[in-house]
Design a protein around this ligand. Structure first.
Ligand SMILES: Nc1nc2c(ncn2[C@@H]2O[C@H](COP(=O)(O)OP(=O)(O)O)[C@@H](O)[C@H]2O)c(=O)[nH]1
Ligand SMILES: [Mg+2]
Length: 318
């Protein structure tokens, strides 16, 4: 492995499985004796993804307040600060609504010359999301972002093959299927992106920046934190489960669509993380589900929906 770290950008729509894959990739590289780090990205602070990286003991940094494209110098600062830990591979996850990464991030990294080995740009696709967003009735803003992400990928991976074994038709030359949960395809994907055989940044988008700005502005973000003190101790799962259930019911009643909702509840006895990609969906849960009851809990919640943030604030207050 080169002393220059690999920088591996992994994009894809909200909830595609980027963070989950990167955590699995870090574990896989560890078994090969390689050190990794992760860079997360969001419009705001208090990221569930960063907290998850901490809980998995992964060296990480974050670019906040905007995408990698408009925070490129911050991205370089974070890469350089992570290099103090001498990682062989630095994974970077752009925010799920971001596109034009190839031109605005990958190419500028390549132009830095010898500093880094820049891997091909992988875009992850959740098969169920693809079905919805490639449908003719799809929300035009979400569909625009999703299709642009596909167009600029050097490599597309359909995720969650453990629960979605049949692949939808994706307009791309070659598509792999992986599952970070079962491990299917993860090692092969790493071999491919770290082989140096594939070219990086081959597809530059033609993109109408006004339309892109409109599509991104049509999404509202909420990053919330809360401390919860219970009269009767309960496990983190017993705190988060009912909370998500009533939040989902309130939002659905207010006709507010969930695009991605993720939350972590931590207590001294353990943590639980849950995520939903649509209203009424059973949350995907991970962590220590049978942690002992505790009185004090810390909640971190990130949520994205189409529309104005004020609408959301009204629903959560109900
Ligand atoms: N069944 C299954 N679920 C997955 C897999 N990868 C991710 N997920 C779930 O998909 C949701 C979104 O994953 P996340 O990694 O946060 O997506 P991101 O927004 O692209 O970073 C979470 O609930 C994950 O647990 C997978 O391989 N199989
Ligand atoms: Mg993520």
């Amino acid at each position: 492995m080169s002393i220059r770290p690999w920088v591996v950008l992994v994009g894809g729509f909200l909830g595609a499985g980027k963070t989950t894959l990167l955590l699995a990739a870090v574990r896989e590289l560890e078994t090969r004796g390689l050190r990794s780090a992760m860079i997360l990205n969001d419009q705001d602070h208090s990221l569930v993804d960063s907290e998850l990286a901490s809980l998995h003991h992964v060296q990480h940094g974050a670019v906040t307040g905007g995408c990698f494209c408009c925070r490129f110098s911050q991205l370089i600062e974070v890469i350089e600060s992570l290099r103090l830990h001498a990682p062989d591979v630095i994974f970077a996850e752009p925010v799920g609504s971001c596109t034009d990464i190839s031109a605005t991030t990958l190419h500028p990294l390549l132009e830095l010359g010898d500093a880094y080995c820049v891997a091909p740009y992988t875009v992850l696709v959740d098969p169920l999301r693809a079905e919805t967003l490639l449908h003719e009735d799809a929300d035009p803003n979400l569909s625009f972002l999703f299709k642009k992400q596909l167009q600029e990928a050097d490599l597309i991976c359909l995720t969650k093959s453990d629960i979605c074994p049949t692949a939808p038709t994706i307009p791309a030359q070659s598509v792999r299927q992986i599952s970070a949960r079962s491990g299917q395809g993860v090692a092969a994907w790493l071999d491919e992106v770290l082989s140096g055989q594939l070219s990086s940044g081959s597809f530059l988008l033609e993109i109408d920046y006004e339309q892109y700005a409109r599509a991104e502005a049509a999404l509202a973000w909420l990053n919330a934190k809360a401390s919860i003190d219970l009269r009767n101790p309960a496990s983190p799962a017993f705190v988060l489960g009912p909370l998500l259930q009533s939040l989902d019911a309130d939002l659905t009643a207010a006709r507010i669509q969930t695009v991605h909702l993720k939350a972590i509840v931590q207590a001294e006895t353990g943590y639980v993380k849950a995520a939903m990609l649509a209203n009424g969906q059973d949350p995907a849960v991970e962590g220590i589900l049978d942690a002992s009851p505790a009185r004090h809990h810390e909640l971190l919640l990130n949520r994205i929906h189409p529309g104005k943030a004020t609408l959301y604030a009204r629903a959560i207050a109900c």
